[in-house]
Design a protein around this ligand. Structure first.
Ligand SMILES: [Zn+2]
Length: 562
C-alpha cells in the first residue's frame, strides 16, 4: 500500500510538473517534439520482453471432417460463431480496455499478436507481468470486482450470492458493493450467443445434442447452468460436442469464485473413446486403495463418469488465453459431480502438437541421455488422461463442516486440486499397470515423461494454479530424492523413491483437503510454490535452446474448409 501511494504521489508530481511546463511555454511545438509525444502515447513493448515474443509456436488446428454430413458442418460453423462471442466476453473479463482499439493502438505486428494471445497487456506465462508501456499491474480479481475494492471490504459486506460463479461485483449508486448477474452485465453478447446455439440446434442430427444446445442457451439467459450440466452428462452418443459458457474460475485470482467465458468446439474420436472407457471402470476400486486414512476416501466417485478423446477444432476465451488446455474435466458443479460424476475430454490433436513441438526438445535438453527414450507420447497421453480421471478420486466435502473443499480452501483450492490430480494420476497408472489393465509402456516411461512434463509446465511460471501445483510438487520430489540433478544440469528419475514420494504427497494433499486446512495449504504454497535459482537457470537453458513454451492456433472455418 505504502509503495503504491509513493508511486502515485510521484506520478502526480510529474504530471503537475509537465502541466506547469506546458502552461509557461507558449512557443509552438517543433515537429520533433510532437513526434516524440506521439511515440510516448503509442503502447510499446517493454524492452525486457523482447525475448518473450517467440515463446509460442503457431500450429494449424485441423481435423478430419470427411465423415460429417452437410448439416453437421453447418452446425460446426455456427458453434464457431458462438465461440467468437465467448472470446470477446473473456477479453472483457480479463482487461478493462476494449479489444479492437487496444490492439489497433499497437504498431508492431508481433507485439500485437502477443497481446492478443495474452488477452491484454500481461504476460500470462510469466506471472502476469506487464509487458506494454503505460499499463498498470493486473488486478488479482481481474474485471470481476471493482478495481478499488479491498479483500476486507468484500469480506465485511453482507451480500447474497457474493461467492457466486455467474455474477460480477460492482458498486451501486451509493458506492456499495452489489452483484450483477452475467446475463445482465453482458446481456447483448449473452443473447446473441443463445440465439446462435438455438439455431445450431436445428442442424443437430443427434436429438440429445440438439436438446443440450437449447438448454445451454437457456442457461446463458438465466445464469442457471446446472440443468444444462446434467443434460450434458446424460448425453453419450453425440459425435460433435461443444463446451461453452462461463466455466473455469482460474481467472479470479482474488477468490477463485467467478467463472470465465470460454469455448471448445469438438469432434469425438469414437475409437479412442472405447479404450478410455475401460479405465474409468476402475475408479471405485482405486478410490478404496488410495494411500490415505479411511475417512479421507469414504466418498464414492461418480459411477457414471466417462472419458472421451476428441479432436478440437476451435478454442475461444479463457481456453485460448496463454497456455492451451489439452485435457478437460467437467462440469465443475459439485452436485452434478456427486450424482453423475464428470466427463473427461482428451484433446488428442492439440496434445500431439504440444508433445512434438515442446516435450521432445525439452527431454533432449534436461533429461539424462539414457532416460530420454522413456519420454513418449504414450506416457504423455496417459499422464494427461489420468490427471483428468484422478479429479474424480479423493474428497470433495470437508470432514469438519466447512462445506466443500473448494469453499474452504478459497483461492488455493484450484492449485491443490490440480496438484492432487497430477499426483493421483501417477498413482493410478502404477496401480493399473500392476493390475495388468494398462498393457502399454513401462512405469519408467510414465514417470520420466511426467518429470519432463513438470519442466514444460513450470516454464509457465508459478502464478497459475497449475504452475503453483507444479512447483510444490517439484520441490517435494527433490526433497524426497525422487529425482537427482547431475553436474551438467541433467535430471535423472529414481523410480523407487518417486513411487514413495507419490504416495506420501498423495496422503498430504488429501488430508489437507479433507480437513479444509486453509492455513496449512497457504503455508505449503508459500514455502514450496516457488522456483529455486537452480531450476530457474535450467529453465533458462530451454529458452537458449529456443524451445517454444506453448502453442497457438491458426484456427477457424477457413483452415477447416467450412
Ligand atoms: Zn485438472
Amino acid at each position: 500500500m505504502i509503495f503504491l501511494k509513493t508511486k502515485l504521489t510521484k506520478l502526480a508530481a510529474i504530471i503537475l510538473a509537465a502541466t506547469t511546463l506546458t502552461a509557461c511555454n507558449n512557443e509552438p511545438k517543433s515537429q520533433q517534439e510532437l513526434t516524440s509525444q506521439k511515440q510516448q502515447a503509442t503502447p510499446q513493448l517493454l524492452p525486457e520482453f523482447n525475448h518473450r515474443l517467440d515463446i509460442y509456436k503457431e500450429v494449424t488446428l485441423t481435423a478430419d471432417l470427411s465423415h460429417l454430413s452437410a448439416n453437421q458442418k453447418q452446425l460446426l460453423s455456427l458453434l464457431i460463431d458462438a465461440s467468437k462471442i465467448m472470446d470477446d466476453l473473456f477479453w472483457q473479463q480479463a482487461f478493462s480496455q476494449e479489444k479492437k482499439p487496444f490492439l489497433a493502438s499497437i504498431n508492431d505486428d508481433k507485439v500485437r499478436r502477443f497481446a492478443e494471445i495474452n488477452y491484454g497487456p500481461w504476460d500470462r506465462l510469466d506471472g502476469d507481468k506487464v509487458f506494454i508501456s503505460g499499463q498498470k499491474e493486473k488486478a488479482h480479481g481481474a474485471q470481476f470486482y471493482p478495481s478499488d475494492m479491498t479483500k476486507e471490504e468484500f469480506e465485511q459486506t453482507v451480500l447474497a450470492g457474493k461467492n457466486g460463479f455467474y455474477s460480477v461485483i460492482r458498486r451501486n449508486n451509493e458506492g456499495k458493493l452489489t452483484t450483477v448477474a452475467y446475463s445482465e452485465a453482458y446481456s447483448d453478447e449473452i443473447n446473441r450467443t443463445a440465439a446462435i446455439l438455438e439455431k445450431a440446434a436445428t442442424f443437430a442430427d443427434d436429438k440429445e445434442f440438439a436438446n443440450y444446445l437449447i438448454m445451454r442457451a437457456t442457461a446463458l439467459r438465466t445464469d442457471n447452468y446446472q440443468p444444462s450440466d446434467f443434460a450434458w452428462m446424460e448425453m453419450k452418443n453425440n459425435p460433435i460436442d461443444v463446451v461453452i459458457g462461463p466455466i473455469e474460475t482460474y481467472e479470479d485470482q482474488l477468490y477463485g469464485y467467478r467463472t470465465a467465458f470460454e469455448s471448445y468446439v469438438l469432434i469425438k474420436d469414437l475409437s479412442w473413446s472405447e479404450k478410455l472407457a475401460k479405465y474409468a471402470q476402475y475408479l471405485p476400486e482405486l478410490q478404496k486403495e488410495l494411500p490415505v486414512a479411511q475417512k479421507y476416501k469414504s466418498e464414492i466417485p461418480g459411477s457414471d463418469a466417462d472419458l472421451n478423446a476428441y479432436d478440437v477444432i476451435y478454442y475461444a476465451g479463457h481456453s485460448n488465453a496463454g497456455s492451451k488446455t489439452i485435457a478437460i474435466n467437467l462440469p465443475n458443479d459439485e452436485e452434478v459431480q456427486l450424482k453423475k460424476g464428470t466427463r473427461r475430454l482428451q484433446l488428442k490433436n492439440a496434445m500431439r502438437a504440444k508433445f512434438d513441438t515442446i516435450m521432445l526438445p525439452i527431454a533432449s535438453t534436461l533429461i539424462v541421455p539414457e532416460q530420454r527414450e522413456n519420454v513418449t507420447f504414450t506416457g504423455f497421453f496417459a499422464n494427461t488422461m489420468f490427471h483428468e480421471v484422478a479429479h474424480g478420486l479423493g474428497i470433495k466435502n470437508t470432514l469438519n463442516h466447512q462445506g466443500t473443499v473448494r469453499q474452504a480452501l478459497k483461492e488455493h483450492a484450484s492449485a491443490l486440486e490440480e496438484g492432487k490430480a497430477d499426483i493421483l494420476g501417477l498413482y493410478m497408472v502404477r496401480q493399473l499397470l500392476d493390475k495388468g489393465v494398462i498393457t502399454e509402456g513401462k512405469l519408467e516411461e510414465y514417470y520420466t515423461t511426467f518429470m519432463a512434463g513438470i519442466f514444460r509446465s513450470v516454464r509457465f511460471g508459478a502464478s497459475s494454479a497449475h504452475g503453483k501445483a507444479n512447483m510444490v510438487r517439484f520441490n517435494y520430489f527433490q526433497e524426497k530424492g525422487a529425482f537427482s540433478r547431475n553436474d551438467q544440469g541433467l535430471y535423472r528419475v529414481n523410480i523407487n523413491k518417486m513411487t514413495a514420494a507419490i504416495d506420501s504427497l498423495s496422503q498430504l494433499i488429501l488430508t489437507l483437503q479433507g480437513n479444509g486446512d486453509y492455513q496449512g495449504v497457504d503455508k505449503l504454497v508459500k514455502d514450496s510454490g516457488v522456483i529455486s535459482e537452480t531450476l530457474a537457470a535450467d529453465l533458462a537453458r530451454l529458452e537458449t535452446a529456443n524451445i517454444p513454451v506453448d502453442i497457438t492456433f491458426k484456427q477457424g472455418k477457413k483452415v477447416l474448409g467450412l
